[in-house]
Design a protein around this ligand. Structure first.
Ligand code: FAD
Length: 141
């Protein structure tokens, strides 16, 4: 059975671009072996990550991620059973919020900043859907 999980967190204060690149490198190396796909949105002092895959693999990975000191304040935004993946082509895609049109953020948020902690999981999912549709995933799979 396939599931999709989305959570938000805040990067640890010391996390720099090199460490972020390392997280993405590790993710892209490990995820294919576990059938995990998804996307990591970065910016505005926030991470939003979507994980897709078998229920057991997604649950196991979420527990590893939740214990990772490179971020904090994890908040589960949504968890659902799905019939098809949205990010099938991405071992872990990356979206850079700093590059986005503020109008797109305003469409789904209270301000032109990504704040998944104050809007519904559905609003954040709709924003990510629109970003995916407009090819805003900025790094290769
Ligand atoms: P290991 O010792 O490598 O594995 C422990 C157990 O978990 C083993 O049973 C192994 O089979 C299983 N496991 C390992 N990797 C996965 C996986 N990808 N899916 C399912 N089961 C697995 N790490 C990722 O692998 N993928 C990500 O998408 C990812 N995203 C991250 C996002 C953020 C914001 C942060 C901060 C970290 C992310 N990480 C991701 C890193 C993650 O937190 C762990 O550091 C990483 O999974 C390795 O942990 P480990 O060495 O303890 O696990």
């Amino acid at each position: 059975m396939l599931v999709r999980l989305m959570y938000a967190s805040r990067p640890a204060p010391a996390l720099d671009a090199e460490e972020l690149a390392a997280i993405l490198r590790e993710s892209r190396a490990a995820n294919p072996q576990h059938g995990i796909t998804g996307v990591l949105c970065v910016g505005d002092g926030v991470f939003v990550q979507v994980l897709e895959g078998s229920r057991s693999a997604v649950n196991r990975l979420y527990q590893l991620i939740a214990a990772d000191a490179r971020h904090k304040q994890l908040e589960l935004l949504s968890y659902e059973e799905i019939t098809e993946r949205r990010y099938a082509a991405w071992a872990m895609g990356q979206m850079d919020i700093a590059r986005l049109n503020p109008a797109l953020l305003l469409k789904y948020s209270l301000t032109a900043h990504l704040d998944p902690f104050s809007v519904s999981g559905a609003a954040t999912a709709a924003l990510l859907d629109e970003l995916t549709a407009t090819a805003s995933i900025v790094r290769s799979p």
